[in-house]
Design a protein around this ligand. Structure first.
Ligand SMILES: *Cc1c(COP(=O)(O)O)cnc(C)c1O
Length: 244
């Protein structure tokens, strides 16, 4: 079967994935309403976000700061839409990310947290959040591979990082953990380690119960492992255009 690129194909894929998500949740005794499905729109034009919003999507994910900033600037305000930043985060991009993202999934070291916190301060003393700045929801990204270049804190460092943020970055709100499953391993085993890291973070920040895991190829396993936030791209959007 080939998909026409029109709105009806997009709507059909969205409905199909949502049905699969709901089935997977129910099959492990979870309520589908516990799960937030984020549509990853990276590399697609801003117009795709507008079409998704018209189909009822309220959570979209971007992995590059420049694209996130540009799409938000290009689009009219879209009611209730939340932008999730899911890419690797450099400290020099923290101000722009804070300005454009509603949730940042990829906080993986103290310096990145400090930079995001400072970006919310506008010159105020760092230990006192200004009253008019809403806290930024963030997730501690966990590296489930042995390769430090993949991004994410080592699972053993997750609790320390959460503690640093809770104590030193009052304009950030730790909501939970995020990870990408390694390519060379069954996702269920990797997601079990993420679940352990989530428990470690919750010992520091008890209500930080979000688990962002699961992409087009492994969202069913992620739901089984307790994911609360799924980041699904190609299964809903179709193939990504080449990025140039
Ligand atoms: C691109 C991306 C996704 C979505 O991947 P698909 O395989 O297209 O579903 C999810 N999470 C992160 C961090 C990504 O960069």
């Amino acid at each position: 079967m080939t998909d026409a690129p029109g709105a009806s194909a997009l709507g059909a894929r969205l409905a199909d994935i949502d049905e699969r998500i709901a089935d997977a949740a129910r099959s492990v005794g979870r309520a589908p309403s516990e799960i937030t499905r984020i549509v990853v729109t990276k590399f697609h034009p801003a117009s795709l976000v507008e079409r998704l919003h018209a189909l009822g999507v309220r959570d979209v994910g971007e992995n590059r700061q420049q694209d996130l900033t540009a799409k938000r600037a290009e689009l009219p305000p879209l009611d209730g839409l939340r932008w999730h930043f899911i890419g690797q985060l450099q400290t020099k991009k923290a101000r722009a990310v804070r300005a454009a993202a509603d949730v940042v999934h990829s906080v993986d070291r103290d310096r990145v947290a400090d930079a995001l916190h400072a970006a919310g301060q506008d010159g105020a003393p760092l230990d006192i959040p200004p009253l008019d700045v809403p806290p930024l929801d963030i997730l501690v990204q966990i590296n489930l591979t042995d390769d430090p270049a993949r991004g994410g804190a080592a699972p053993a460092d997750a609790a320390h990082l959460a503690e640093h943020i809770a104590e030193r970055c009052p304009s950030l709100r730790v909501r939970g953990v995020m990870a990408v499953a390694p390519l060379a391993e069954a996702p269920a085993a990797a997601f079990a380690r993420l679940h352990d890291a989530s428990a470690a973070v919750r010992r520091v920040v008890p209500d930080a119960g979000w688990i962002s895991a699961g992409m087009s190829g492994d969202y069913v396993e992620a739901i089984t492992a307790g994911a609360t936030h799924l980041r699904i791209g190609t299964a809903i959007t179709g193939p990504r255009p080449m990025h140039g």
